[in-house]
Write a protein that binds this ligand. Structure first.
Ligand code: BGC
Length: 481
């Protein structure tokens, strides 16, 4: 009886609320729309359904070429074999060191896997100064070895010889689990004398030069691989690893029979992880039909001109700069801020990628974050209409990135043709952008075969824990732990 009473009360409350909600909806329609001219000029940044289908075809074509022995050399998506064939089972045990190089920071970690999905982890972030990012390879690896030695001292494992997993998030031509030749630098790194070299050897040499610590490098891996492994540790359905951070890339589980470019000793296993290195998609011009003048400008001013074309349209290293280029151009044309720019708006890379997320996090009709960002950029006399326009520009840039990523993931899921796939995802853009996940879910669902179910799962600390897991699985296979 009491329950019935409560229900009646709440229905009455709802009756009272409904007109109010309706009013809210009417108010909503009064929220400022971006100006028609801004919408029209941003049209070229929109990836519609037809384009998505075309992109999926192109991705699949390049992936197949990458896997083929004959066509690999001309493929844009190289599909590097990682030689990782065993996924973790959650029971891995032992103490491992991990190094993580390739994002904004360099990290050293110690991870204690305790079996049954239990672990303890401690880590420290070290800066990689610009002079080291652009210096000699020897300097870089000496810096890594020094950070590692300091970390081992601080964690009282200085005298131990621990197994180590090295997450090195650049394109590597792997010749086995512990041998990988750097193909090219990406993401603002350009250290001399490393391309074409075995980076595991360079690490070992640097450690030997110091002569104080000892380690046992069990595996070298990509951050996408670490992300997949870290996710697969808990969720055995995880078969794709994706990064949308400073850079962008994906790896996936492929059937050995499709991997013609396998160069290792014959394997009796059925699957292997493939590092697609899809950041280079478009280097041969196949993405020119969607590239804009802003993309070309980003590329022209980069240290790796003509390379990593898709990455430059997606990743966090460039997203803010892309938005800035659009905003700056429209300002110069008098379409924004009454034609008045600021010194910061003129300067490259001062419109940070985090601004895009902040601006898009404002509630509809509210421009608090946007105003704050405009203020930080020294823009004065900013109107609400300017904010609605700036927000729209940010949405176009970030949605384009999400839709490019979605086309790639949908193509991979359809290719794998498994009934159900979990995608482990990491990276600052995916993590912090308020809508990236939803945009991806929607677009992928639209283009994945209807009978396949899929999920996107945030993968906690793939580069760290994933490295330990790869090392653990490698040691397990060799019977070391
Ligand atoms: C690198 C990849 C990496 C990705 C994400 C790209 O620039 O080439 O190896 O996985 O960034 O960090």
């Amino acid at each position: 009886m009491i329950f019935y009473h409560k229900m009646l009360k709440s229905i009455k409350k709802m009756d009272f609320i409904t007109p109010y909600i309706k009013n809210l909806q009417i108010d909503k329609s009064k929220f400022l729309e971006p100006s028609p001219i801004i919408q029209q000029r941003c049209q070229e940044l929109i990836i519609d359904d037809k384009t998505t289908l075309k992109l999926m075809d192109l991705v699949l074509h390049e992936v197949n070429r990458g896997l083929s022995k004959k066509e690999n050399k001309d493929a844009d998506i190289k599909c590097y074999v990682t030689y990782i064939q065993d996924l973790p089972n959650g029971k891995e045990r032992g103490k491992f060191l991990a190094l993580d190089l390739g994002g904004t920071n360099f990290r050293v970690l110690i991870i204690h896997l305790k079996g049954e999905n239990d672990f303890e982890m401690q880590s420290k972030i070290y800066a990689v100064p610009q002079n080291i990012m652009l210096g000699s390879g020897e300097q870089l690896f000496d810096h890594i070895a020094e950070c590692l030695a300091n970390f081992m001292r601080e964690h009282n494992v200085y005298a131990e010889r621990l197994p180590l997993g090295f997450t090195f998030s650049f394109p590597l031509l792997q010749l086995g689990l512990t041998k990988g030749l750097l193909v090219r630098w990406t993401k603002g790194f350009n250290c001399e004398g490393v391309v074409g070299e075995d980076v595991v050897q360079l690490l070992k040499d640097a450690i030997a030069r110091r002569g104080d610590v000892q380690i046992d490098v069990c595996a070298i891996l990509n951050d996408t691989t670490g992300t997949l492994m870290s996710c697969a540790w808990k969720n055995h359905n995880c078969k794709i690893g994706l990064i949308v951070g400073t850079g962008s890339n994906a790896c996936y589980v492929e059937k050995i029979k499709n991997v013609e470019n396998w160069d290792g000793p014959p394997s009796d296993k059925t699957h292997v992880l493939i590092n697609t290195e899809w950041g280079a998609f478009g280097d041969n011009g196949v993405l020119d039909f969607i590239r804009t003048e802003y993309d070309r400008e980003i590329d022209e001013n980069s240290i790796n001109r003509g390379k990593q074309i898709q990455e430059k349209m997606i990743s966090g290293m460039y997203m803010g700069e892309l938005a800035r280029l659009v905003i700056y151009k429209f300002t110069k044309e008098g379409l924004l801020f009454n034609g008045v720019d600021s010194e910061s708006l003129r300067k490259r890379f001062l419109f940070f990628t985090k601004y895009v997320s902040e601006i898009e996090s404002d509630k509809p009709g509210n421009y608090t974050n946007c105003m704050q960002v405009m203020d930080e950029l020294g823009l004065t006399n900013v109107t609400e209409q300017d904010c609605a326009n700036v927000r729209y520009i940010c949405e176009c840039v970030s949605s384009r990135a999400a839709h490019l990523v979605s086309a790639g993931i949908a193509a991979l899921i359809n290719k794998m043709d498994e009934p159900s796939v979990t995608v482990g995802v990491d990276g600052s853009v995916y993590r912090f952008h308020p809508k990236f996940h939803d945009l991806m879910m929607k677009r992928i669902r639209q283009f994945v075969k209807p009978e396949i179910s899929f999920d996107l799962m945030l993968s906690e600390d793939g580069s760290g824990r994933g490295a330990a897991l790869v090392a653990a699985v490698a040691c397990r296979e060799e019977g070391r732990v």
